[in-house]
Design a protein around this ligand. Sequence first.
Ligand code: NAD
Length: 297
Amino acid sequence: MTRIIDGNEIADRITADLEPCLETLADAGTTPGLATVLMSDDGASETYVSMKRQACNDLGIESIHHELDPDAPADALFDRIDELNDDPAVHGILVQLPLPDHVDRQAVLERIDPQKDVDGFHPENVGRLVTGTPRFKPCTPHGIQKLLEAEGVETEGADVVVVGRSNIVGKPMANLLVQKSDTGNATVTVCHSRTDDLAAKTRDADVVVAAAGVPELIDGSMLSPGTTVIDVGVNRVDADTEKGYELVGDVEFESAKEKADAITPVPGGVGPLTITMLLYNTIKAASLQADVDVSLP
Ligand code: NAD
């Protein structure tokens, strides 16, 4: 029987485990604060930010929201980041991506104080991750690690194929999985848009992490029986629904389910973990800045 991995349930469990950390911080006089910055009128970005803010409010993390006109000059964003870097009530800063074309995304990520970089995208934090001394693990790959752990999927010695090489998902996922650690020690293959014969790679995998942003790229014929399939993709495709679209993953769920040992659905798989690990990183940021040990789960 294929296991359908319930990301909401795992995320709820981790969130509950974060509550004592908040109590410890409260005893020390600290309420973690997360600043979100939105410089876009893209509907999906607005939805993601409001979900993150809601999750903060639900747990007792202070949510501080800033919106900038997408046509504003890039300096307006840099100035705002500088203010947030200097604000002691702000422990974490998240600039929602994507940004308008006239704003240099890498320069923005580098402007954020690495101590407040709860997305883990600043080069200092990327370097720490690669060298095995992570400060903030990027939320989506970290959430996938937690999900594999919760499902008892052994990564040590496993052949893992990561489809996608973005700085947000693919590369940090591969970096985390090759680390010498209980949730790493995998043999990792990173596939991307120039990979020759993707199916041959995925068929050899014990675990497939699909993060290509291509609707239903991977189907059951590309998997061997017993594979664990983690579908990161969130793609809007036209559909005869009220909104005019539906969300599908990078995996063709029905055919993949026939082969997989365990599989994440879209939605309700990886997404909830991404938000939970943002809460985790914000609490970690507050604990580091306040110098209070909180024993994170
Ligand atoms: P991206 O566009 O930055 O990167 C996509 C990667 O996929 C690229 O490295 C590209 O080389 C590779 N790729 C594209 N076409 C391919 C193909 N045909 N075969 C093999 N590789 C191919 O995207 P991203 O930011 O990494 O996000 C990937 C997907 O994950 C998107 O659908 C995104 O919406 C989703 N996502 C979900 C969450 C979540 O929490 N669930 C978080 C982040 C991203």
